[in-house]
Design a protein around this ligand. Sequence first.
Ligand SMILES: [Zn+2]
Ligand SMILES: [Zn+2]
Length: 287
Amino acid sequence: MNELKGLIDCHSHTYFSPDSSADPEQMVERAIELGLEAYAITDHCECNRWFGIDYYNAEPNEHDTYDFGKDFERSLDCITKLKERYSDSINLICGVELGQAPQDFDIANKAVGDDRLDLVIGSIHELSNHPDFCFINYNSMLRRNIYMMLEDYFKEILKLCKWGKFDVLGHLTYTLRYIKGDYGINVDHSIYDDLIAECFKVIIQNSKGIEVNTSGLRQKYGNSFPEYKYIKMYHDLGGEIISLGSDAHRVEDLGKGIEECKELVKKAGFKYLAYFKNHNPEFVRID
Ligand SMILES: [Zn+2]
Ligand SMILES: [Zn+2]
């Protein structure tokens, strides 16, 4: 089929992530079928829940899972073996989606130091003492509290950027998937533009990149994370390292939206996409 020949998908999950039941080998087979130039498995590792629940003295609830340290080990072990097995057929990248690094920098430093890793996506899925953004009922929140939460989200992103030990910043504006998409609440996002520009400047100074996450295109939100305006802002501030990821949690979502987002990235002025080998960007020409 080779419908995505020369393109990359650098964000996907397998059954080593609590919210996916995808078989890693089937994911790799699908990536080969799509003709991807590079493909990354990036299972979740939430730094704030690296250990078991007892370590944190936390009350169990219906959505929080723990022991990501164990998932991390299992995922990397599996990807490393698949890399070897499929070395003749695909450029497989051993990655991780590292969540909430600013909530435990010791764990984050330990995780990113694992020499099996090619790629670290730095993400924020929740703020300290708050549930994951996907579990919040935004209808019960006052509008000004939503604005304050968003400000805290971008401040947390800035902390993550200043730490800077990731390769690409994951799905910036992920919060809008729920607030705008699922709850249909319109927020004036432009009030955060200065803060977002500051994040980009720090990323650029550290020679790191951002990802354009295509998952929002197949959700109610209907846009990439981040949307075009911020892709362009990153470009105009001097950003050069940009990656694409479907964030597929199922085999059938692999590569979805990659072609569309490549066009957005091109429109913003980029001539290359980047994927990572041993944390070094490799560039794929797109014009
Ligand atoms: Zn994520
Ligand atoms: Zn993800």
